[in-house]
Design a protein around this ligand. Structure first.
Ligand code: AMP
Length: 402
């Protein structure tokens, strides 16, 4: 099945094209046969396409995004990067959609009703759902009635029990939809599946904590292959300390800043989403590499790192309690995959329950492999986040079932 994946963000659009066998999904993630990226953040749209060892770079003025996307897609079937003879060879398009609310618990084939729901949920994800919808409409315009699938960031968490999802606020707020939705679900689900595969066990037999530590950070507690708790909440601002985002803070701080310091809502929003986290505390960067480097002689960078570790340990502990013990602890995404020191410091305080890392494996740039010592009570793994492949898999499965 030839599958196109569209991963649209507010300032960029990443696309991949996979040729997936029809009879079964491969065990190892295949390389996409074509990759493209459009950066919308400058005056001109910057397009990069990679396929068949060729690289195409173009920059074009744009008034609307549709013609640029149309041109990007045409590089699939024409020019030096051509990988198919005709657009009709595309059998499915998978879209990353950030918010699926409470109703979408799995990926779905896109219909007019699904589009209306994505639109309706834009209030909850204003930076993402509208651009996701724009991508869906663009594909309809350019490729006609090719089957499209929405893969929601929230879906994997949509079965979290109410006691973990409902906030202890006036109940009317919950009735308005204020609850823990959770995000990064596509990667949490993928990491759980990959863990089961690596350990040679059934997902139903495993209790897993997945630590998605990128610029955004979240944990998921996974039992029977389902997320039963997660640290991001109503929005991706809740939970762990992140690159630019604060994670959980006492809500009274917000009231104080509004009341006593004259902050506007927008300024508060910006402070918590952009000027907080590693960036806010260190004053140096949102990038873990730079903060770690600076921490050797800069007290604020060291403090930022110590808060990050403290909160990571605390929330891993909370997930362990939710699951009543775990079989596997997984690190994924930019920090989780690359920062051996963060992994070892996070695990250090769980030595009481028998978690033990193999220092050599932890330090050897592991990918899709175990890093725990042979006698560790819990398996610890590093899994490479493969968001586009995970979306292609979901698209394949959804279209096979429909
Ligand atoms: P992601 O959101 O998954 O792309 O992760 C991006 C973040 O990963 C960057 O902002 C860095 O903080 C972090 N990162 C990437 N490479 C490394 C590394 N070698 N060591 C520590 N952190 C890294």
């Amino acid at each position: 099945m030839k599958i196109l994946v569209l991963n649209a963000g507010s300032s960029s659009q990443k696309s991949c094209f996979y040729d997936v066998p029809d009879d079964r999904l491969p065990d190892q993630p295949p390389e996409p046969i074509w990759e493209a990226q459009i950066d919308w953040s400058r005056d001109k749209a910057e397009l990069k396409v990679k396929a068949k060892g060729q690289e195409l770079k173009e920059s074009t003025a744009f008034e609307s995004r549709l013609p640029v996307m149309e041109h990007m897609l045409s590089t699939l079937w024409s020019g030096a990067t051509q990988v198919i003879a005709d657009p009709s060879e595309i059998q499915g398009v998978g879209h990353r959609v950030v918010h699926g609310g409470q109703d979408y618990k799995d990926s779905v084939r896109i219909t007019a009703e699904v589009k209306a729901a994505i639109d309706h949920l834009s209030d909850l994800a204003p930076a993402h759902n509208p651009v996701n919808l724009e991508g869906i409409n663009a594909i309809e315009e350019i490729l006609g009635d090719v089957p499209q699938v929405a893969v929601f960031d929230t879906a994997f968490h949509a079965r979290i029990p109410d006691f973990a999802a409902v906030y202890p606020v006036p109940y009317e707020w919950s009735e308005k939809g204020m609850r823990r939705y959770g995000f990064h679900g596509t990667n949490h689900r993928y990491c759980a599946q990959k863990t089961a595969q690596i350990l040679g066990k059934s997902l139903e037999d495993l209790k897993i904590i997945t630590c998605h530590l990128g610029n955004g950070c979240s944990l998921a507690a996974i039992q029977d292959g389902r997320s039963v708790d997660t640290t991001m909440g109503f929005t991706p601002l809740d939970g762990l300390m992140m690159g630019n985002r604060s994670g959980s803070v006492d809500p009274s701080i917000l009231l104080y800043m509004l009341r006593e310091e004259g902050y506007t809502i927008d300024r508060l929003d910006h402070a918590l989403n952009q000027d907080s986290g590693l960036m806010g505390v260190s004053g140096i960067s949102n990038d873990m590499r730079l903060v770690t480097q600076a921490a050797q002689d800069n007290p604020r960078a060291k403090l930022a790192l110590d808060i990050y570790i403290h909160r990571l340990r605390a929330l891993i502990g909370s997930m362990v309690a939710t699951l009543n013990g775990i079989d596997a602890l997984v690190f994924t995404a930019g920090v989780g995959e690359n920062a051996a020191d963060i992994r070892s410091r996070a695990c250090e305080n769980f030595s009481y329950m028998g978690i033990k890392l193999d220092a050599e494996k932890n330090n050897s740039r592991p990918q899709d492999q175990l890093i725990s010592a042979a006698d560790s009570t819990v398996k610890v793994l590093v899994i490479h986040a493969q968001e586009n492949w995970a979306i292609a898999q979901e698209c394949w499965t959804t279209l096979k079932e429909s």
